[in-house]
Design a binder for this molecule. Structure first.
Ligand SMILES: Nc1nc2c(ncn2[C@@H]2O[C@H](COP(=O)(O)OP(=O)(O)OP(=O)(O)O)[C@@H](O)[C@H]2O)c(=O)[nH]1
Ligand SMILES: [Mg+2]
Length: 197
C-alpha cells in the first residue's frame, strides 16, 4: 500500500487534483482509496467515486493531523486488511500540517506502507496575495513536499507563474514543480510521472 498525500491551503484545488489523478490510476487497473478529510462543497464526488468502484471514507469533524489522527490510522488498518489497495490518497484539511499526517501513519504496527508521496498544491490565483499571511504553513507544507503543483494556471500571467516558482524556492523548496489545471487536467501527466504511473 502506497500513500499519496495531496495537501495545500483551503480551496487551492486539492479535491480537483485528486479527481484528475483517479483517471490514469483506474485505467491502469490500480485499486485506489481516497480518504477525504471533508468533501465540503464537492460532496457529490463520493457518489461518482463509488460508481467507479472506489471506496470513500469521509472523515468529518476536524483535521486529520490532530483530532482524527487515531481515526486515520484505524481506517488505514481496516483498508489494508479488507481491501488491500495499491494506493491510498489522503486529502488533509487545508489547515492540516501534512508532516503530522505522514508521521502519524508511518511506523504504525499493522500498517504496511511501502512509500509516501506528498504533493503540495498552490493556488496561482491567490498565492502572491496571501503568501505573507500563510508563510508558516506554506513553509511547513513545502518542507516535506515531493512535488509542488502550481494549480489554476489559467488565472495567472506568465510573469506571476515565474514569481510564484521563485517564491517557493525562497521558502526553501528545491524539488520539482508542475504547472497544472485541476479543472481540466492540463499538465497532470507530470504528477503521474512523478508517481511512476
Ligand atoms: N480557474 C480554475 N479553477 C480551478 C482549477 N482547479 C480547481 N479550481 C476550482 O477551485 C475551487 C476549489 O477547488 P477544490 O478542488 O474544491 O479545492 P480544495 O483544495 O479541495 O478545497 P478545500 O477542500 O475546501 O480546501 C473549485 O471551484 C474548483 O472548480 C483550475 O485549474 N483553474
Ligand atoms: Mg477538498
Amino acid at each position: 500500500m502506497r500513500l499519496i498525500i495531496v495537501a495545500g491551503l483551503l480551496g487551492v484545488g486539492k479535491t480537483s487534483v485528486i479527481m484528475r489523478m483517479l483517471d490514469p490510476m483506474i485505467a491502469k487497473g490500480l485499486k485506489v482509496v481516497v480518504i477525504e478529510n471533508d468533501f465540503g462543497a464537492m460532496g457529490v464526488d463520493s457518489e461518482v467515486l463509488e460508481k467507479n468502484g472506489m471506496k470513500v471514507r469521509d472523515l468529518k469533524g476536524g483535521c486529520i493531523c490532530c483530532t482524527l489522527q487515531a481515526g486515520l490510522v484505524d481506517d488505514l488498518r481496516i483498508l489494508q486488511t479488507e481491501y488491500d489497495p495499491d494506493y491510498v490518497i489522503v486529502e488533509p484539511s487545508g489547515i492540516a500540517d501534512p508532516e503530522f499526517v505522514v508521521r502519524s501513519v508511518t511506523d504504525v504496527d499493522g500498517i504496511d506502507i511501502e512509500g509516501v508521496f506528498t504533493a503540495i498544491v498552490v493556488d496561482c490565483e491567490r498565492f502572491l496575495k496571501v503568501k505573507r499571511m500563510f508563510e508558516r504553513p506554506l513553509r511547513n507544507q513545502l518542507k516535506i513536499a515531493n512535488l509542488a503543483l502550481l494549480n489554476k494556471i489559467d488565472t495567472a500571467s506568465p510573469d506571476d507563474l515565474i514569481a510564484i516558482e521563485n517564491d517557493l524556492r525562497g521558502f526553501g523548496y528545491d524539488g520539482p514543480t508542475a504547472r497544472i489545471r485541476g479543472d481540466t487536467g492540463e499538465g497532470m501527466e507530470r504528477f503521474s510521472e512523478a508517481l511512476g504511473l
